[in-house]
Design a protein around this ligand. Structure first.
Ligand SMILES: Cc1cc2nc3c(=O)[nH]c(=O)nc-3n(C[C@H](O)[C@H](O)[C@H](O)COP(=O)(O)OP(=O)(O)OC[C@H]3O[C@@H](n4cnc5c(N)ncnc54)[C@H](O)[C@@H]3O)c2cc1C
Length: 403
C-alpha cells in the first residue's frame, strides 16, 4: 500500500539532513538503517575531531571536488561552510575554526552533535527503524527490508537513498547497494579508494625502525598538485594528511601506470642553493649523516627517507644532494584495500540523476551523500557535500510531493 510517508534509507549525515529538510516542512519521515544504531561512520569521523567543513570561497570549495558535474555548485553553493556553521549553532554546538580553516564543533566530538540532531529529528516525529537492511525492490516497486521481524515491504510516497560509499563496512557502508542498483539498470561507476594509504616497497630499515613515524615540515607534490601537510610512514607504505590530500591524483596515476611518484621536499623553507652551500661548508671528514644533521638538522625519519629514495653516491655531492632533498621521489606501488579507505570515489553516476538528485529511472526516488560519484579530500569537504546533497535531495522530494 502506498503511504504519504517518505522513506530515507541510511542514517549518515546525508540521510539525516534529508530527514531534517522534510520533517521541517511537516512531512512524515521514516529513516531505515541496517545497523543497530544511527550514524556510525559520522561518529567514527569525529573520533579524533569532527572536521565537518572548511572555510574558503565558493570557488575554492568547488575546486576540491573531483567529478562534481554541473550539479554540485547549486548544492554546495546553497549549503557550504557558513550554512554548516549556522546549522551546528542551531543545535547548540558552536563551531571552532582551526588554523588552516578546518571547521569543527567546539566539543570536537561527533557524539554530542549527533545526539542533539537525533533528538531534534525525533521531536519532529522522524521515526528511526534500526536493523532494517534495504534488500531491493519488489516486482511492484515496493522497497523490501530485512528486519528482526522478518521481511518488511513499504511503498512510500518518495524515497531518499543515502547508503554511503564502499569502505569501513563494519560501520554499515558496505556498498552492497551498488549491485542492487546495477541490476535495476541504474548506472553505477565502480568504487575506488580515496583518502587512502599507499603501499611502498620499504627496506627492512624503514619498516622496522620508522613504521608509525610522522613526517613533519615537508611539502608533498604529485601530478602538479602541491600540499604542505605532514603524513605518516607505515609498515607497508604511507598514509594520512598530505597523502590523503593527493590521493585521487596518486590513485589515478597508479591505475594508469601501475605505480605513482610522490615527490617530497624535505626542507621546503630552504632553497636548493642554501642547502648546497651549507653541505659544502661542512667538514668533509664528517659522515654524511652528521653533515645532514649538523648543517641542515635533517635527522630521524626524514634522513632515513633521503637514504631510502636518493642515489647514495649523489648525496656526497652538495648540489646533487640539495636536488634530492628538494625533490625526493617516493615510488608508490599500489593503494591499500578499498575497505580501509576513508572514503570512496565512484557510485551512482551523475548522468543517472536529474538536477534534483532524483533517479531518472525511478521517479520519486532520490540519492544523496557519498553514494553519488564525486570525490573530495578530507578536510571537512566530504561531510559538507554529504549534507549539501542530503539537503538537495530533501528539497527535491518536497517538489516531487507538490506535483
Ligand atoms: C575514520 C574516518 C574518518 C573520517 N573523517 C572525516 C572528517 O573528519 N571529515 C569529513 O568530512 N569526512 C570524514 N570521513 C568521511 C565521512 O564520514 C563520510 O564521507 C560520511 O559519513 C558519508 O556520509 P553518508 O551519509 O553519505 O554515508 P554514511 O555515513 O556511510 O551512512 C550511510 C548509512 O547507510 C547505512 N546503510 C548502508 N547500506 C544499507 C542498507 N542496505 N540498508 C539500510 N541501511 C544501509 C549504513 O549503515 C550507514 O549508516 C571520515 C571517514 C572515516 C571512515
Amino acid at each position: 500500500m502506498t503511504t504519504d510517508r517518505v522513506a530515507i534509507i541510511g542514517s549518515g549525515p546525508a540521510g539525516l539532513m534529508a530527514a531534517e529538510v522534510l520533517s521541517e516542512a511537516g512531512v512524515v519521515v521514516d529513516v531505515y538503517e541496517a545497523m543497530p544504531s544511527a550514524g556510525r561512520k559520522f561518529l567514527m569521523a569525529g573520533k579524533s575531531g569532527l572536521n565537518i567543513s572548511h572555510t574558503g570561497s565558493e570557488h575554492d570549495l568547488l575546486m576540491r571536488y573531483h567529478d562534481y558535474s554541473g550539479l554540485f555548485p547549486d548544492q554546495i553553493g546553497a549549503f557550504g561552510p557558513d550554512q554548516v556553521t549556522r546549522w551546528m549553532e542551531g543545535l547548540g554546538m558552536p563551531a571552532h575554526v582551526g588554523p588552516t580553516g578546518r571547521i569543527f564543533p567546539q566539543s570536537m566530538k561527533a557524539s554530542p552533535l549527533l545526539r542533539a540532531w537525533l533528538r531534534r529529528l525525533a521531536d519532529r516525529g522522524v521515526r528511526l527503524h534500526l536493523k532494517h537492511r534495504w534488500t531491493g525492490w519488489a516486482p511492484d516497486g515496493a522497497l523490501t527490508f530485512h528486519s528482526p521481524e522478518g521481511e518488511v515491504m513499504v511503498s512510500p510516497a518518495a524515497t531518499v537513498f543515502a547508503l554511503g560509499g564502499g569502505s569501513w563496512r563494519r560501520l554499515g557502508s558496505d556498498g552492497a547497494w551498488a549491485s542492487l542498483f546495477d541490476q535495476a539498470g541504474i548506472d553505477v561507476t565502480p568504487f575506488k579508494p580515496s583518502n587512502c594509504g599507499f603501499t611502498v616497497d620499504w627496506s627492512d630499515r624503514i619498516r622496522e625502525r620508522f613504521a608509525g613515524a610522522p613526517v613533519k615540515g615537508v611539502q608533498l607534490s604529485a601530478g602538479g598538485q602541491v600540499t604542505r601537510e605532514e603524513f605518516a610512514v607505515t609498515a607497508r607504505g604511507v598514509e594520512s594528511g598530505g597523502v590523503y590530500t593527493l590521493s585521487a591524483t596518486l590513485r589515478d596515476e597508479i591505475d594508469a601506470a601501475g605505480s605513482a611518484t610522490l615527490w617530497l621536499d624535505l626542507l621546503p623553507d630552504m632553497d636548493a642553493s642554501e642547502i648546497a652551500k651549507r653541505l659544502a661548508a661542512a667538514p668533509a671528514k664528517q659522515s654524511l649523516s652528521n653533515r645532514l644533521r649538523k648543517a641542515l638538522k635533517l635527522t630521524g625519519v626524514k634522513a632515513a627517507l633521503l637514504f631510502e629514495c636518493a642515489d647514495r653516491e649523489a648525496l656526497n655531492d652538495p648540489a646533487r644532494a640539495a636536488e634530492a632533498i628538494k625533490a625526493l621521489p617516493l615510488r608508490l606501488t599500489g593503494t591499500v584495500p578499498l575497505d580501509e579507505a576513508i572514503s570512496t570515489a565512484g557510485g551512482v553516476a551523475w548522468e543517472a540523476l536529474d538536477d534534483q538528485l532524483m533517479l531518472k529511472a525511478r521517479p520519486g526516488q532520490f540519492c544523496a551523500g557519498e553514494m553519488i560519484a564525486w570525490d573530495a579530500p578530507t578536510g571537512g569537504y566530504l561531510i559538507t557535500a554529504c549534507m549539501a546533497t542530503g539537503r538537495a535531495a530533501g528539497r527535491g522530494v518536497l517538489e516531487w510531493l507538490k506535483r
